[in-house]
Design a protein around this ligand. Structure first.
Ligand code: PLP
Length: 294
């Protein structure tokens, strides 16, 4: 396993049509132990920034177009300068080239507000090899349902909550995962105060109800998941009906199968909700993960 890679990116304006030489000159590998932030960076001090985590398998960054589009959408929601997507794509390719050609890895893209709100954002990418045998993909995960503390339509009245942006402020999500561990579970399904199942702290929720797969619609206070979107394409081609809508918390307990899905862990079947076992569909899970890794 190679060491993690860290690539600094000197941001170009979004509309700059820079040649390859200029783009390459804006990228610089640094040793993983080298400090890259000042203590005054808004990303470190306030979690003020955005990120993406991209799964890598077979030398390919899965769903890179969707991740770049979401990075841009998140940056714009935070009034950060729009990223130059060609430059970021080149950054991803550069990190990919430095990772082992086989096996699985994750690439993280980070933009912080930097040290001066009027100045350039701080930008970097990391590449980290990961173990390819995530036991959760076959053994499943036990979840608890935890309130996120607001209604599913909160984003409409309070856009400053940045619902749907992938911000660096994940302290709440990590706290929820610790609470799950305290309750003897592995992961979380957040619920809205008006009784809807939303998403996990780092994953999207998919339920199977007979031949129909359902996931919460993104207007209901969640992040648009790239893995969920890829899976819906696969599942539709397999003949399933795929639906975006509100999902009541009770529907999760009554589903024929349920998963939390995300870019690196992929599809993890939910085996229990708040201590009560629910059915799993291990055959479909295996096919979903094989499709994502193909
Ligand atoms: N929802 C949240 C809150 C997340 O943090 C993530 C990923 O980290 C997801 C959903 C799943 O998104 P993706 O499938 O693009 O990894």
């Amino acid at each position: 396993m190679t060491t993690p890679q860290v690539l600094l990116l000197d941001p170009l304006p979004a509309d700059a049509d820079a040649g390859d030489e200029a783009v390459l000159a804006s990228l610089r590998f640094v040793p993983p132990t080298e400090p890259i932030l000042t203590a005054f960076d808004a990303g470190a001090g306030r979690g003020d920034g955005v990120f993406e985590t991209v799964g890598v398998s077979g030398g390919r960054a899965r769903g890179i177009d969707a991740h770049l589009a979401r990075l841009e959408a998140s940056a714009l929601k935070l009034d950060l300068p729009a990223p130059n997507l060609a430059q970021w794509r080149r950054g991803v390719d550069t990190v990919l080239d430095a990772l082992p050609p086989t096996g699985q890895a994750s690439i993280r893209l980070v933009i912080t507000r930097g040290t001066d709100p009027a100045g350039p954002p701080t930008c970097w990418l990391t590449g980290t090899p990961v173990a390819s045998d995530f036991p959760e993909r076959t053994d499943g995960i036990r979840v608890v349902m935890l309130s996120r503390g607001y209604a599913n339509d909160v984003g409409e009245d309070a856009p400053w909550l940045l619902v749907g942006a992938k911000t660096l402020s994940y302290a709440i999500n990590m706290a929820a995962l610790r609470e799950a561990k305290r309750r003897g579970a592995d992961d979380v399904v957040f619920t809205s105060t008006d009784g809807f199942a939303l998403e996990g702290p780092t994953s999207s929720l998919i339920l199977r109800q007979g031949n129909t797969l359902v996931t919460p619609a993104i207007q209901h206070g969640i992040l648009a998941g790239t893995t969920q979107a890829d899976l819906f394409n696969f599942l539709e081609a397999e003949g399933f009906e795929c639906v975006y809508r509100k999902i009541s918390a009770g529907e999760l307990r009554r589903s024929d199968a349920a998963w939390l899905v995300s870019s690196v862990r992929l599809a993890a079947p939910i085996t229990a909700v708040d201590g009560t076992a629910i059915p799993t569909d291990l055959d479909l899970t295996a096919r979903m993960n094989a499709a994502l890794l193909a």
